[in-house]
Design a protein around this ligand. Structure first.
Ligand SMILES: [Zn+2]
Length: 1052
């Protein structure tokens, strides 16, 4: 009996040599296709004894004629090739069984096509095809979703959350979910957010915690309400709420399925939903607390008002249009009490004085209440050069520093007559431009600057924040003559009534005032828009509910100081501090229906009543009957004598109405720290969540509302740490937008499309890991970035594929005695790699883990280990210590690398654990990242020294060999300096053909001698080619090299 025969039949395929190897063993043939020509060896060496045992004889011979049987096949159609081969064999009456293997480096081989191709012949029962490839490099598109689903089940991904929740001895780690909006489809922004959170959940489980992560949904708000209103007419508020609820429920269902599809672990049985009875009532109880502490008040004051949504907006609901076009106007107001003496001894002429103002909101001119100047500035009295000869002298007041700017803007020259101080102007009066008989004051204003305009600021109390502040300081009554739709009210007279202030209203106002308009022009500047309707907003005073943030903000700033707020290495505390400290008040009321009610009562005079007890009463009713109760109940249902008293109500119930406002949605989700935690009986209600993680845009949104509500209610932060992530752009750094058509649907990434390969959930996850983590800026996604991910996933898969193949039939035996240096080294490198990963997981550095993992598998494992251990693995006798050590090492690497990467790539890890032989836990994350005892093996004291010499030699060898010489068939002659000589002599334990030194340098033969400097010479080996191991190690008279002969003896 002889060993298995091996023949190599190679093809040219797309300019590359592709090896088609056909190996005969007994009555079984083994076909392999690959570019490196090596893959076949794994199966040859590892499977053969098993197969020979079953099939007895090895007489079959396959030779080059096979190629002639088949003809010149193009490997583009590998199915065709095999089909021809099979038919040729069957014609010749050769009964064969085939094992077909595909090289890890060969793309696009489709097993099913091949099975189909040979099925004609197979049906004759003349031939049998056996596929042996449990871990193919890629999966077919349509199977990807199904495969992920199966892996989620068999790999224990689906039940991971429940399993770990039951590990009650573990310390709790809480991740508080910032809820996505329950409207629309999932997008890549969701993917970044939810998958990053899942990295936290899974890595903390791996680090030994019991993680609490209750996913949430933000359900209320205008987009859903508008969607419903546009689609169908609801008969009443309750019906509208019902329809809105339906929209939210559908979106939650869809989004939840997508999140699960991505492998995200969480308490899916108990999500928190801001529209649920439990959540709303809990939110109201927290709100009652704010009422009790006196933070909630109602007042008439300017707010950002969206005419298009007909509601007040919070700062966070604005987006600024940098290219907004306003009309700017220079406008004059006629002074009543400026004295001609100011002009000195100019010739006597009838003179009138005007205050020169400038505005970018001319629609507010009819609403003018005052003009502000600064007493610190100097002003000039000027005349237009082109009006000097007029019989009546028109004199204008303008800030000295702005004369030039005015001349440039209007293209008219001014003559300065004299100067006057701001101080002299304060207290003077001018005539109202709208009500002729009304005299209005010139006021001192701290906000006046000489950056733009004229230094005299047109002031309209109801339509500017500083303007309003001024009025309050003066005790002036503020009234608004612009309605909810942004139109002038009846008070403004017939000409303006009902006209939209940002449209025809403004045009009409300017027309009516035209004798005092000196100049208008287009003015492009940054202007706030309603982020939902994309329409401009106005500043308008109205009665709204507010939370007084001024004091809370200071306290919040102090808390931020001691909190970690970061994206990767960058500290982002300042961004948040600035926002919470510059926000004087928070407008929390919205004039809509789809939301949590602000439980208040209003009397005939418009006076509002609210109290802690009343809010709590409503909360209790809602808990029992649902939030619609507020819209269906009567005032009598809510009030009893005790409550009337607590609210200070004196009028009868009939004169009271329920308030019509709902809460800002940021207040809904802002109370998540309070309401989302109610589901856990063992949770300490005042404990802070360990982490919150959201996009950088949430500085203006959720981070802030969460912090402010918590500080207001419980004087502390609801989280210990904030992690910030960025947003998606396409390959060209363009923001994703439906109109450009560059939006990437995460479902297409996972499940593929006509143009996009299915990358599976792990493809999407790897993209998040490498692009979306440790970064508050842009995360690129597009064709190129996905191609890159596909390559990376493929190369990670291939490394695992090798490790699994090498562990074939490994049964958990521990090698006896010290391991070979090569194995020791890779194991010790792995041990420190695993420690490093744990540390990076601990610090939420997922991108670092991902990059490190790719680097480690490609460099340390693939280039520096696999390439060198192959020979021992393929050719050393099975059962020998050296072979066992190789298998043991490969197995340990596969197991521990799968464990450590399972937070990022859970499906791949599950697939590895399932395919890896041996007795270990087949479900992911049931043990720690480096739980196995293998790492305690004793290391050679000279290990690092040896490997640093080897690494230096490898560089010398590869420089000397260049790309064309195959060192594995050559001899190396080394000259070694003193120390290196001693170290390497210890691992050259034989005649220099099969020593560890040969393995470490991957050469057929190594000889060395002492010298002054280390040098390398490449030479021919003194032995012949060994057909089995393909090295020049065979003594001339023998059939095989001693090592192969020894190995083959074991087959007999
Ligand atoms: Zn050999």
């Amino acid at each position: 009996m002889s060993g298995p025969s091996y023949r190599d039949l190679s093809f040219e395929h797309k300019g590359q040599k592709v090896h088609f190897s056909l190996t005969g063993h007994g009555n079984l043939d083994f076909l392999s296709f690959s570019i490196t020509g090596r893959i076949g060896h794994v199966y040859e060496v590892l499977q053969v004894p098993e197969l020979i045992g079953n099939t007895l004889s090895t007489q079959h011979r396959v030779d080059y004629e096979t190629k002639q049987h088949v003809g010149s096949a193009d490997l583009n159609g590998v199915d065709l090739f095999i089909r021809r081969l099979v038919i040729a064999f069957s014609k010749k009456g050769i009964r064969r069984r085939f094992i077909i293997a595909f090289g890890v480096d060969l793309d696009g081989i489709d097993q099913e096509c091949i099975a189909e191709a040979v099925s004609v012949v197979e049906n004759t029962q003349f031939l049998k095809i056996v596929f042996y490839d449990a871990f193919p490099p890629k999966r077919r598109k349509k199977k990807r979703a199904l495969l992920d689903q199966n892996l989620a089940k068999t790999g224990g991904i689906s039940e991971l959350y429940d399993w770990q929740s039951a590990q009650t001895s573990r310390p709790v780690f809480e991740l508080l979910d910032g809820p996505p909006y329950a409207n629309g489809e999932v997008h890549t922004g969701h993917a970044i957010n939810k998958i990053l959170k899942d990295f936290i959940v899974k890595s903390r489980i791996g680090l030994g915690y019991r993680v609490r992560f209750r996913p949430g949904w933000d359900c209320h708000g205008l987009p859903i309400e508008l969607k419903v209103v546009r689609k169908e007419k609801a008969a009443n508020d309750i019906e509208l709420r019902g329809l809105a609820r339906q929209v939210a429920n559908e979106a939650i269902y869809k989004q939840m399925n997508a999140f699960k599809r991505w492998g995200v672990s969480g308490d899916w049985e108990k999500p928190y939903i801001t529209m649920s009875n439990d959540y709303v009532s809990s939110q109201l109880r927290a709100f009652a607390n704010l009422v009790e502490r006196g933070f909630v008040y109602r007042t008439f004051k300017p707010v950002y008002w969206s005419p298009s949504s007909q509601t007040a907006l919070a700062e966070s609901e604005l987006e600024y249009n940098e290219k907004h076009e306003s009309t700017s106007a220079y406008f004059r107001f006629k002074f009543i009490d400026l004295n001609e003496k100011l002009l000195g001894d100019l010739p006597k002429k009838p003179t009138q004085f005007f205050a020169l103002t400038w505005t970018t909101t001319p629609w507010t001119l009819p609403l003018n209440n005052a003009i502000c100047v600064s007493s610190k500035f100097s002003y000039c009295l000027v005349q237009f050069e082109d009006e000097m000869k007029n019989p009546i002298r028109d004199v204008y007041v303008i800030a000295k520093d702005l004369v030039k700017g005015f001349e440039e803007a209007t293209n008219r020259s001014l003559k300065v007559l004299s100067e006057i101080s701001g101080q002299q102007l304060v207290g003077k009066h001018y005539r109202s431009c709208w009500y002729n008989e009304l005299a209005l004051p010139i006021l001192e204003g701290g906000h006046v600057t000489t950056n733009m305009g004229t230094g005299l600021v047109h002031t309209s109390y109801a339509h500017g924040f500083q303007d309003y502040q001024l009025a309050t300081n003066l005790g002036e009554k503020v009234q608004s003559f612009v309605d909810e739709k942004g139109c002038y009210t009846r008070n403004m007279g017939y000409d303006l009534e009902g006209k939209y202030v940002l449209g025809e209203g403004q045009t009409e106002a300017l027309r009516l005032l035209k004798k005092d308009v000196l100049h208008t022009s287009k003015y492009v500047h940054s202007y706030p828009y309603d982020w939902r309707t994309k329409k401009p907003v106005v500043i308008r005073s109205s009665s709204q509910w507010f939370i007084d943030v001024s004091k809370i903000g200071e306290q919040a700033a102090g808390i931020i100081e001691t909190t970690d707020v970061s994206a990767g290495e960058s500290d982002m505390r300042n961004a948040l501090t600035q926002l919470v400290t510059t926000r004087p008040s928070w407008c929390i009321s919205r004039q809509r229906v789809w939301g949590t009610p602000i439980p208040a009562l209003v009397d005939k005079e418009g006076k509002s009543y609210i109290s802690k007890e009343f809010v709590e009463k409503v909360a209790e009713k809602i808990e029992r009957h649902g939030a619609d109760f507020w819209w269906s109940c009567s005032v009598d249902d809510l009030l009893d004598e005790r409550l009337r008293e607590s609210m200070g109500i004196e009028c009868p119930n009939e004169e009271l109405a329920k308030g019509g406002d709902i809460m800002d949605v940021w207040l809904d989700s802002g109370f998540a720290w309070h309401s989302a935690r109610d589901a856990y009986e063992d949770a300490e209600s005042d404990a802070s969540a360990d982490v919150v993680l959201e996009g950088v845009d949430q500085f203006r949104g959720w981070f802030q509302s969460l912090l402010l509500t918590s500080v207001a209610v419980q004087n502390k932060a609801p989280f210990k740490r904030i992690i910030v992530h960025g947003f998606c752009v396409d390959d060209d750094n363009k923001k994703m937008s439906k109109s450009i058509g560059n939006v990437v649907d995460p479902n297409l990434v996972t499940d593929g499309s006509l143009r996009q390969k299915a990358l599976g959930a792990d493809g999407l996850r790897l993209w998040v890991c490498l692009s979306g983590s440790e970064n508050a800026g842009e995360s690129k996604i597009g064709k190129n970035s996905l191609l890159d991910i596909e390559k990376k996933i493929g190369s990670i898969r291939n490394v695992f594929r090798f490790l699994i193949g090498a562990s074939w039939k490994y049964e958990g035996l521990q090698p006896v005695g010290p391991l070979p240096i090569l194995d020791q080294y890779v194991l010790s490198e792995s041990a420190s790699f695993l420690k490093r990963c744990s540390r990076n997981y601990e610090r939420f550095k997922f991108r670092t883990v991902g990059n490190d993992f790719i680097q480690f598998t490609q460099r340390t494992i693939s280039s520096n280990y696999v390439n060198f251990v192959r020979d021992r693995l393929y050719c050393n006798a099975i059962g020998s210590d050296s072979h066992l050590s190789a298998q043991f090492t490969n197995y340990q690497l596969a197991l521990n690398l799968a464990n450590v990467i399972s937070p990022v790539l859970p499906h791949l890890a599950a697939e590895v654990l399932q395919n890896l032989p041996g007795i270990h836990e087949k479900k992911i994350l049931r043990q720690g990242f480096a739980a196995d005892a293998c790492w305690t093996h004793e290391l050679d004291p000279e290990l690092n020294e040896t490997m640093s010499i080897i690494s230096e030699l490898r560089t010398l060898v590869s420089n000397a060999a260049g790309p064309s010489i195959d060192i594995s068939k050559k001899a190396l002659e080394l000259t070694l300096a003193e120390k290196a000589f001693d170290v390497l002599a210890a691992i050259q334990t034989d005649d220099g053909f099969h020593s560890q030194l040969c393995e470490l340098l991957n050469a057929s033969q190594v000889k060395f001698c002492r010298g002054d400097v280390t040098t390398v010479r490449i030479d021919e080996s003194s032995r012949r080619f060994c057909e089995r191991c393909r090295r020049h190690t065979r003594p001339p008279s023998a059939a095989h090299c001693p090592r192969c002969s020894d190995a083959l003896k074991k087959f007999r």
